[in-house]
Design a protein around this ligand. Structure first.
Ligand code: ZN
Length: 466
């Protein structure tokens, strides 16, 4: 607006401001005060969801919080869903993104949520297996994190809810995991004045134009919850609250399952007319499963399975610094699964996510006959080069796809040299067997190096049946 404003209007504004200033000086009893944060954006709960429609997974709980408990809920969607399908039209890519933003706003409005923000990271469509690091790369991690921190400082939530940052058997989209990573990082950084300081600096002159400092306040949320799209939910039992979706909303006089189905029905590009049909025929089975959360951490105590809003109060709490990365005492020679698994092994303790390391052992879901890569990291912290002789224990029917191995160190070669104080990354492509029935199987690697036994490293794989 600055460059186009007319000179006469500028003078009018300056004169107007002078009058206000003189008025304040005249009344010396009335000290100037800062304006308060904008209450229209204050949230009790901030949801950070990956795609338009991933908020739908917890829409039953959000409906309860907003419509029956009168909580203020805001939603940030990290992508615009531009890689999705379109069941109702030809619009794709950016055009689809425009449509999906509106679908999400209408869906959330149906349960009383109007503060809906889009972080606008690209929607990743992975060709192989999901890897959170790929999504962090395409989303421009640092810039997305700055945005997520901004949304926390703007909405000042007591509670942040996001998706589980872990590799699970289920939909397990890498953008889902990345939203969980970015939301967790933002939870821990929004109260730290050394991160994105330009957001919390006082504006130069808020009553004039072109200010660059953002005037937000530091904010430390109190509780962090995860939800998951895993196909097996045994591991979340008892790790957080669970909500009945067949319960009837006292204010709406219908079940939360029905409110969730109605919320989903607005995502027509993704679900067509199916949710509307389920509503019309009262076939709500898919929406009636209990909704479970994992309490990732609470800075205000409370029971692990207690209500999400338990103990949150309304006062501000001090900044709670996390442990941060600390090198662990791994042996001089060691081996671990790479990709997201290696990252998460360091991420959980760094962010005080004490519940996470024991929650899931490394797991993966693949189709029968599917080719997929696994990365093994061989660590050498000694002062000399060390040869690792690698062995794999594969269940019956598994094969190693040697044709697609990396050129520089082709499999089935099993000896790898890790340089002093270096890692060697071995990429192995595996082919899952075609099984009659879906089942869990375990692959185990061990190695000999410098006369020592290294490992074992195990990966449990859910192989889909015919
Ligand atoms: Zn999604």
């Amino acid at each position: 607006m600055g460059p186009t404003i007319s000179i006469s209007r500028r003078w009018a504004l300056i004169n107007c401001l002078s009058v206000i200033t003189l008025g304040q000086v005249a009344n010396s009893q009335q000290l100037p005060t800062n304006p308060p944060p904008d209450e229209r954006f204050k949230a009790d709960v901030l949801v950070i969801a990956p795609h338009p429609d991933d908020e739908s997974t917890i829409a039953g709980y959000l409906a309860k919080a907003v419509l029956d408990e009168h909580r203020r809920v805001a939603v940030v969607v990290t992508t615009r869903g531009d890689a999705g399908q379109n069941l109702v039209g030809y619009e794709q890519a950016r055009s689809l993104a425009e449509i999906r933003e509106i679908e999400t706003r209408r869906a959330l409005a149906s349960i009383g949520i109007t503060n809906v923000f889009f972080l606008r990271a690209p929607d990743t469509f992975g060709q192989d297996l999901p890897d959170v690091l790929r999504s962090l790369e395409t989303s421009n991690h640092g810039s997305s994190l700055g945005e997520a921190v901004r949304f926390i400082r703007l909405t000042r939530p007591e509670v942040v809810i996001t998706m589980l940052p872990a590799t699970v058997v289920g939909e397990n989209h890498e953008d889902h995991q990345a939203a969980g990573v970015i939301a967790t990082e933002a939870f821990d950084l929004a109260g730290d004045p050394t991160w994105f300081p330009e957001q919390v600096a006082a504006p130069e002159d808020r009553l004039w134009y072109g200010n660059l400092m953002e005037g937000l306040r530091l904010w430390q949320p109190k509780k962090l919850y995860y939800y998951t799209d895993a196909s097996h939910l045994d591991f979340v039992k008892g790790k957080g609250p669970e909500y009945s979706m067949t319960a009837v909303s006292p204010s709406q006089h219908v079940s939360y399952a029905r409110l969730a189905a109605r919320e989903l029905s607005f995502h027509r590009t993704q679900y067509g007319g199916e949710p509307a049909k389920a509503l019309a025929t009262n076939n709500l089975h898919d929406f009636e499963q209990p909704l479970a959360f994992v309490l990732a951490k609470s800075l205000v105590g409370g029971a692990v399975t207690g209500d999400i809003m338990e103990r949150v109060g309304s006062g501000q709490i001090p900044f709670a610094p996390v442990r941060g990365y600390r090198p662990d005492d791994t042996p001089a020679l060691s081996m671990e699964l790479g990709e997201g698994w290696a990252f998460y092994r360091r991420f959980y303790p760094a962010h005080n996510l004490d519940i996470m390391p024991g929650l899931l052992s490394p797991e993966l879901g693949v189709g029968g006959g599917q080719h997929f890569p696994v990365l093994l990291l061989l660590h050498n912290t000694t002062d000399k080069p060390v040869t690792f002789h690698l062995r794999a224990q594969l269940p019956q029917g598994w094969i190693v796809d040697s044709t697609s191995a990396q050129h520089s160190h082709p499999w089935p070669m099993s000896d790898f040299i890790a340089a002093p104080h270096d890692d060697f990354a071995v990429r192995i492509r595996l082919v899952a067997p075609r099984l009659e029935k879906s089942q869990w199987q375990t692959i185990t690697w061990t190695a000999d190096a410098d006369g020592r036994e290294i490992g074992p490293v195990s990966l449990r794989v859910y192989v889909g049946g015919q």
